[in-house]
Design a binder for this molecule. Structure first.
Ligand code: HEC
Length: 140
């Protein structure tokens, strides 16, 4: 009788330990994606006011990111976001002469937002990594 009681106690303890472990593991798993802000969210917060929800920009003022041939040069596109640019540039054969401020974003954030841009708005796809951003930042 006493033995059975002991077994029950052990069983309850093991269950408690197991469920605590399980809970904290679940916490870790759901933390990691949340810690990394998605490119979608960064675009909506940072770029959308000028480049617009559909990435089409604004005629003669903000150039399009949608099907932009400027993006064919990945290094230039990364540099554009890190440093901004003021002066003349050409997108899809159309000249713009305006100013984009340097974006105060980390290498990770720039990688995420550009990967989002490359993967949407009719663009060619492909990923930009934080290492690529870091390498270009070091050159600028
Ligand atoms: C305040 C307005 C503004 C914001 C915010 C802004 N841009 Fe720009 N962006 C511009 C302008 C204006 C140009 C063209 C600059 C010029 O004419 O010299 C440009 C040019 C570009 C270009 C190169 C040309 C093209 O259309 O392909 C890229 C790429 C780009 N922006 C990406 C981004 C991304 C990504 C973000 C958000 C992280 C962003 N921009 C935020 C205004 C903005």
């Amino acid at each position: 009788m006493e033995k059975r009681y002991l077994l029950t106690v052990v069983a309850i303890f093991s269950f408690l330990i197991y469920s605590c472990g399980g809970a904290s593991n679940q916490g870790d798993a759901s933390n990691s994606p949340a810690a990394k802000v998605s490119g979608d969210a960064i675009y909506k917060k940072t770029c959308i006011s000028c480049h617009q929800p559909n990435g089409e920009g604004l005629t003669n003022v903000y150039p399009p990111l949608a099907k932009s041939d400027f993006l064919n040069d990945k290094e230039k596109a990364i540099g554009q976001v890190i440093k901004g640019y003021t002066g003349e540039l050409t997108v899809n054969g159309k000249k713009y002469n305006s100013s984009m401020p340097a974006q105060q974003l980390t290498d990770d954030e720039i990688a995420s937002v550009l990967t989002y841009v490359y993967g949407n708005f009719g663009n060619s796809g492909g990923a930009v990594t934080a290492d690529e951003v870091k390498a270009i930042r070091a050159k600028l």
